[in-house]
Write a new protein. Structure first.
Length: 448
């Protein structure tokens, strides 16, 4: 079947193929339906509130996510991912409705609360469902996880195409009608995601499932809640790896929420132009990713930080040079337009993609399935802890000193996170012996 060949999963068990097809479908639906307003969501807040208050709104969202993210992950381990994703979609639906009427800070404050709740429930949930069921059904078909890494990148390629379509459609609707109409449309489209999640995100039953002694009491939600924390501190290398991932990701939280879209708008001058540049960037990634997935098989998992360093040493200096020589003026500038596309595709389509594939190959075996949703939600919780103060600092820096100061600031954060990841992999090679030597899962969950 050509579809299976595209994903590189022809040799996998049929049950595993079914899981992967459902995973791909829900990610494509998410990309199409949730991203229609993604390009101008933060521009809408900046236009109505300014950079400082937009940063405050983002901080509120992250604070709510911080409070509820880890408990939501543990809830996913306890009751199943489909219910948690349903709650997430419901919160997004309320947020989209409020966005369609938002004009003042209090309404944006409420939007931040509902988006924070949605993000808390959604973070790591679909990935947990995939990884846990993949490990249940795969047997010995992919012991080095190279098929898994290849498949994840091909899924990413598919979501790139759907994202590009969504950005373009959303940008056109916003330009022809209004941003508010797009927000209201998304409020109705949420229903399709809720129906799909309830029908398809069921866990596979397996003889290899973790089982409890029949004489022991059923493990409670609070034992799962503690399990993720215990795993975090199960070794120094694990602690540094997860902390490094969180700090590294703070870079992109600040970049996405405060820098990226003003940057696009600065060289295009319109919502449509901003959507167009994003669409072109995502579509140009498609042919590159056909090759990247194959190239990734040549690299070892412990080379992951090398690609992070290569990426940051190209990405940030390139933008600093561009901003210095050709400052954005919120008008269409062909040179700036083309240079931005070039920077994004050279750095993001090749270098960082290989790094992300290696990261995913590490994490699927590093994290025990029994506390996977807890751990996958713990990482965004740590991201929120670090992001809340740093976003405020970045917002003030940009308001007072411009986007160049913001880029320098996130450059420093990115270097810090990458260095911690490098140290963690020096302390322990996660790719060797993971299946032979893991923390005892009974002790992790029960504290025994």
């Amino acid at each position: 079947m050509k579809f299976n060949k595209f994903l590189g999963i022809e040799s996998l068990p049929e049950q595993t193929k079914m899981i992967i097809r459902k995973f791909l479908t829900i990610l494509v639906l998410n990309s199409l339906l949730l991203s229609l307003s993604n390009t101008f969501y933060i521009l809408n807040a900046i236009d109505k509130l300014g950079f400082t208050q937009a940063a405050t709104i983002t901080t509120v969202m992250l604070s709510i996510q911080l409070i509820f993210d880890y408990p939501s992950g543990s809830l996913g381990d306890y009751i199943g991912q489909k219910w948690v994703m349903t709650f997430a979609y419901a919160n997004y639906g309320v947020a989209f409705f409020l966005l369609s009427i938002a004009e003042t800070f209090p309404i944006f404050f409420l939007i931040a609360i509902f988006n924070g709740l949605g993000n808390a429930q959604a973070s790591g949930t679909i990935e947990t469902w995939l990884d846990s069921n993949y490990k249940k059904t795969i047997g010995e078909s992919d012991t080095e996880r190279k098929i898994y890494g290849f498949m994840r990148d091909r899924v990413g390629l598919s979501t790139n195409i759907s994202l590009a379509s969504s950005f373009m459609i959303g940008g056109m609707l916003a330009s022809v009608f209004s941003r508010q109409l797009v927000f209201f449309l998304q409020f109705f489209l949420i229903a399709f995601l809720i129906i799909y999640a309830l029908k398809n995100l069921n866990n596979v039953e397996s003889d290899n499932d973790f089982t409890e002694d029949s004489n022991s009491p059923k493990r409670t939600y609070f034992q799962y809640l503690k399990g993720g924390i215990r795993f975090l501190f199960s070794s120094k290398a694990t602690l540094l790896f997860i902390f490094g991932l969180a700090i590294y990701q703070v870079t992109w939280i600040i970049w996405f929420n405060l820098i990226l879209f003003p940057l696009y708008f600065g060289y295009t001058g319109s919502d449509f132009g901003t959507s167009l540049i994003r669409t072109i960037i995502f579509l140009l990634e498609v042919p590159a990713r056909f090759y990247v997935a194959n190239w990734s098989k040549r690299f070892k998992n412990e080379q992951f930080p090398i690609f992070l360093f290569l990426h940051l040493l190209i990405f940030f200096p390139a933008y600093l040079i561009l901003f210095s020589l050709l400052p954005p003026q919120n008008n269409f500038n062909l040179i700036g337009f083309l240079v931005v596309i070039f920077i994004m595709n050279i750095s993001n389509s090749f270098i960082i993609r290989i790094g992300h594939i290696l990261r995913d190959r590490i994490i699927i075996d590093l994290v025990p399935s029994e506390v996977r949703n807890s751990v996958y939600s713990l990482i965004p919780t740590l991201i929120s802890i670090f992001s809340i103060p740093l976003l405020q600092i970045a917002g003030l820096l940009i308001d007072h000193s411009g986007l160049i100061a913001g880029i320098v600031f996130v450059f420093g954060i990115c270097i810090t996170g990458s260095f911690i990841l490098f140290i963690s992999l020096k302390l322990k090679t996660f790719t060797k012996g993971m299946k032979d030597k893991k923390p005892d899962i009974t002790e992790i969950i029960t504290g025994g």
